[in-house]
Design a protein around this ligand. Structure first.
Ligand code: DX5
Ligand code: ZN
Length: 224
C-alpha cells in the first residue's frame, strides 16, 4: 500500500505540534522535511535545529530531502539530529556513490533524488546500493506547484529496472500530488508519495491523508 508523506514545508509552523498530531492520528509513518540552501534551489527553508526540535516531539520516521549543494557537510548533522532517511540530488553530488555510502554508514537510509528533467538511466550504477529513489514531479524549490505528468513514465521505467535487477529500493515521488492524481501515482508504482499543500492546506490534514490513501487504493484495486 502507498504511504503518504506529509511535507512540513506546507505546515503552519506556529501550530506544528498540533498538525503533526493530526497526521499521526491518520496513520502516517513518515514526515517529509525539505531542506533548501538558496543555491541549489532558489529558496531557503529550515535546517538542523528545527529537525532537532521536531525529533523531540514525534516518533514518526523523518525523511530529510536535501536540496543543497553541500550534502557531504550537512547530511551527518541531520542524521545526528534524528533523520531516519536522507536523500541527496544526483545533480548536486560530485561523488554520488561516496555520499550515499556515507549516509548509510552514519546510520540513515540513503536516497537519491532526480529532478524532472534528469533521466532515470543516470542512476544505473547506484541502484544496487540505494534504499530509495525520489523522483521529483515538480522543479524543486517551492510547494504548491503543478504536477508534471511525464514523471509517471519515469516511475514505470524505474519500477521495471528494479524488477529486472531483483532489487528492493522504495520509489518516492514529490511535488504536486493531490487527491485527484494520487490514483495515477499509485497505479504507476510509487511506494511513498509526498504531499505538502494538499495535506496541510486542507482544513483537516488527517482527513486529507485518509482521502488520498483511499483514492490511491481505489485506483490500484480497479486495475487488479
Ligand atoms: C518541493 C519540495 C516538496 C514540497 C511539495 O521542492 O521538495 O517536498 O513540499 O509540496 P507540494 O505537495 O505542495 O507540491
Ligand atoms: Zn521534498
Amino acid at each position: 500500500m502507498i504511504e503518504i508523506l506529509p511535507s512540513l514545508l506546507a505546515a503552519d509552523f506556529a501550530r506544528l505540534g498540533e498538525q503533526i498530531a493530526q497526521v499521526t492520528e491518520a496513520g502516517v509513518k513518515f514526515l517529509h522535511f525539505d531542506v533548501m540552501d538558496g543555491h541549489f534551489v532558489p529558496n531557503i527553508s529550515f535546517g538542523v535545529p528545527v529537525l532537532a526540535s521536531l525529533r523531540k516531539c514525534t516518533r514518526l520516521q523523518i525523511d530529510v530531502h536535501l536540496m543543497i549543494e553541500d550534502a557531504d557537510t550537512f547530511a551527518p548533522l541531520f542524521i545526528q539530529a534524528g533523520a531516519d532517511c536522507v536523500s541527496v540530488h544526483q545533480e548536486a553530488c560530485r561523488h554520488l556513490d561516496r555520499t550515499l555510502r556515507m549516509i548509510q554508514s552514519e546510520g540513515a537510509k540513503a536516497g537519491v533524488v532526480l529532478n524532472p528533467a534528469t533521466p532515470v538511466e543516470t542512476l544505473e550504477h547506484v541502484l544496487p546500493i540505494v534504499d530509495f529513489v525520489l523522483l521529483m514531479s515538480v522543479n524543486p524549490g517551492y510547494g504548491g506547484q503543478k504536477f508534471i505528468p511525464y514523471v509517471l513514465d519515469k516511475v514505470r521505467d524505474l519500477r521495471a529496472r528494479r524488477e529486472r535487477a531483483g532489487l528492493s529500493f522504495a520509489i518516492e515521488l514529490d511535488g504536486g500530488v493531490t487527491v485527484d492524481n494520487v490514483g495515477r501515482v499509485a497505479d504507476a508504482g510509487v511506494d511513498w508519495a509526498v504531499a505538502g499543500s494538499s495535506v496541510f492546506g486542507a482544513p483537516d490534514p488527517g482527513q486529507a491523508v485518509a482521502a488520498m490513501r483511499h483514492a490511491a487504493m481505489d485506483a490500484v484495486m480497479r486495475r487488479a
